[in-house]
Design a protein around this ligand. Structure first.
Ligand code: DC
Length: 221
């Protein structure tokens, strides 16, 4: 049977990388919900809307089209912003707008609609706790802040994205973790029924194999 898989965890824990590979293996579609918060921040910054002005950001969203294509592109109002949304300042901006209750409400509604059919791997911060509470399999993926900073650094370099050094990235990651875990609405927490995987000392293949093994009993049903 086809299922939905929720993957939550702090930034740069490997959620998207693992989700993409698993999707290829399973013939599923990856939905990166962080990209939607990033698009919201990018458009607000570009149009001069303060990221803490909830009413204006929500009004902007009403007239904002965000498409996550099956091949992994992020299209904002018709423009491919896949690269632009990965810049460091947009990361913190995304965390800022994700604190806003009505921004979350709107994006969660869109995410739930996207995953109405089964066969999705959705990653974010509140997927197992809010967006897909009934997902058959929930993973909570973590890794040390240092391991995540090193990974983000290498990923930025590889993708030709302007990047800070590892120490700065580590500080930014810790600041973002704190903000995402302590916000008032839908903070990052492990769902009671999620399975925790610490990826600090695991290879990508090992993490993929672990989740695949957890999904297998459902797939065979
Ligand atoms: O996964 P990411 O780093 O691209 O996410 C960017 C920010 O968006 C992150 O700091 C927290 C927020 N976010 C969220 O609050 N809920 C989600 N489901 C996904 C991301």
């Amino acid at each position: 049977m086809r299922i939905n898989i929720a993957i939550d965890g702090p930034s740069a824990a490997g959620k998207s990388t693992i989700a993409k590979i698993l999707c290829e293996k399973l013939g599923y579609v990856h939905l990166d919900t962080g990209a939607m918060y990033r698009c919201t921040a990018l458009k607000a910054i570009r149009t001069g809307i303060p990221l803490n002005d909830e009413a204006k950001v929500v009004e902007m969203l009403e007239d904002t089209d965000i498409v996550l294509t099956p091949d992994g592109k992020v299209i904002l109002d018709g423009e491919d912003v896949s690269k632009a949304i990965r810049e460091d300042d947009i990361s913190m901006g995304a965390s800022d707008v994700s604190k806003l209750q009505f921004v979350r409400k709107e994006l969660v509604k869109r995410q739930q609609k996207m995953a109405e059919a089964k066969g999705f791997i959705m990653d974010g911060r509140d997927i197992g706790t809010v967006v897909l509470k009934d997902a058959e399999l929930k993973i909570y993926m973590t890794a040390s802040a240092h391991a995540r900073a090193v990974r983000r650094y290498l990923q930025n370099k590889e993708e030709g994205i302007e990047t800070s050094d590892v120490a700065t990235l580590e500080k930014e990651i810790e600041a973002r973790d704190y903000q995402d875990m302590h916000r008032e609405f839908s903070p990052l927490v492990k769902a009671d029924d999620a399975i925790e995987i610490d990826t600090s000392d695991l290879t990508i293949d090992e993490v993929v194999a672990k989740i695949y093994d957890l999904a297998k009993p459902y797939l065979e049903k």
